[in-house]
Design a protein around this ligand. Structure first.
Ligand code: HEC
Length: 139
């Protein structure tokens, strides 16, 4: 029993050596999404931690294996939609991303695993509908 605990501890400590990148690249403010204030504030509260360069990295994002999961989520999220550089997307890219926002904002986003720790990020039905209407996508 003692031995198992020791091995667990050693593995856990060894895991901490493998740190992931937790960057917040400062992009020009001009590239940040231009949207009406009530839309942007929803994105800021519910999406920016993953879909922008202004991620608030929580203390537990320094602890493996959580750090691995969180930084990989942020990396993939930014690759799909990054509100900090939205205005650098071409009109075609924006159109595609708006369609994806329309599709995901009803249930998939923000990620459930995130909402569990950030209750204020959860969206009401009205907010989801509001974002959908803003995308201008026809059903
Ligand atoms: C906890 C992190 C997190 C939060 C918060 C979050 N997302 Fe995501 N989002 C992701 C990840 C991770 C992916 C990529 C999923 C994949 O590639 O399988 C993603 C994918 C997406 C996609 C699809 C992008 C593509 O190119 O396919 C859209 C659109 C999206 N999110 C919109 C939103 C919106 C809008 C919000 C806020 C209401 C939000 N997300 C909040 C993590 C997050």
């Amino acid at each position: 029993m003692k031995r198992a605990l020791l091995i667990f501890l050693l593995v856990f400590i060894a895991m901490q050596v493998i740190q992931t990148e937790k960057t917040n690249v400062q992009a020009s403010k001009d590239l940040e999404i231009k949207a009406p204030a009530h839309i942007k504030s929803v994105f800021e509260t519910s999406c920016y931690d993953c879909h922008s360069n202004n991620t608030k990295w929580p203390w537990y994002s320094n602890i493996a294996p959580l750090s691995w999961i969180i930084s990989s989520n942020v990396k993939n999220a930014r690759a799909g939609v990054n509100f900090s550089i939205w205005e650098s997307y071409t009109p075609e890219q924006k159109k595609k991303k708006l369609k994806r926002i329309f599709r995901t904002v009803y249930a998939a986003m923000p990620l459930q695993s995130y909402v569990r720790f950030h209750e204020d990020a959860d969206l009401t039905r009205e907010q989801r509908t509001m974002i959908r209407e803003w995308t201008g996508v026809k059903k």
